[in-house]
Design a protein around this ligand. Structure first.
Ligand SMILES: [Zn+2]
Length: 193
């Protein structure tokens, strides 16, 4: 919840709108709460609304020269200038310190999983998880974000094909064996969230 939303909730509570109506209050929190996301307002050369959201695709940055941190800004520049795309293909990037950064706007069609972009959200975890292991803080943020996305889009995390690794869709190692092996743990976290 950002500061403005927090203050709004406090203001409403203060004026007794929620007094004796905990259900409405709980619903409000459920609908508006977000894990802390660093919004970057990156500029894209085109925007297209995604028709539906049925799947969350987990990626790693996977630079072959090693396991390193990368920011949404760096990936944005790379995808725009080298790949010639509208901008960063992922909707979220999770940094090594656990910070969640906004990439493509959440409601837009991404560019992260060939032939599966029109019904999916793409999350990129910074690092190369064929070579190294994800940081604890990255996994914590990934779980929280994925759980929230399941809620927002009314997805059943335990259903086949809802929370997937990029390798389930295209011919790639992504998200690396050391992150791919965490997907069941992430699904269970989302189920119990
Ligand atoms: Zn990928």
């Amino acid at each position: 919840m950002d500061r403005r939303k927090f203050l709004r909730v406090m203001a409403m509570t203060a004026t007794n709108i929620f007094l004796g109506n905990e259900e409405v209050f709980a619903q409000y929190i459920l609908e508006t709460w977000e894990p802390p996301i660093r919004k970057l307002f990156l500029r894209f050369t085109e925007y297209e609304l995604r028709p539906s959201t049925e799947m969350i695709v987990i990626h790693h940055a996977g630079f072959p020269d090693g396991d390193k941190d990368s920011s949404a800004e760096e990936i944005h520049k790379f995808h725009q200038e080298v790949n010639g795309w509208a901008g960063i293909g992922y909707h979220y990037v999770i940094r090594k310190d656990g910070t969640i950064e906004q990439g493509r706007r959440p409601q837009m069609v991404g560019a992260h999983a060939y032939k599966h972009n029109r019904n999916s959200v793409g999350i990129c975890v910074a690092g190369n998880f064929e070579l190294a292991k994800p940081e604890r803080k990255q996994l914590d943020s990934l779980k929280l974000l994925t759980a929230r996305l399941c809620q927002r889009y009314k997805l059943n995390p335990m259903k086949d094909g809802v929370i997937v690794g990029h390798r389930n869709l295209n011919d790639t190692d992504c998200p690396g064996k050391n992150l791919y092996s965490k997907l069941n743990e992430i699904r269970r976290y989302c189920r119990d969230f």
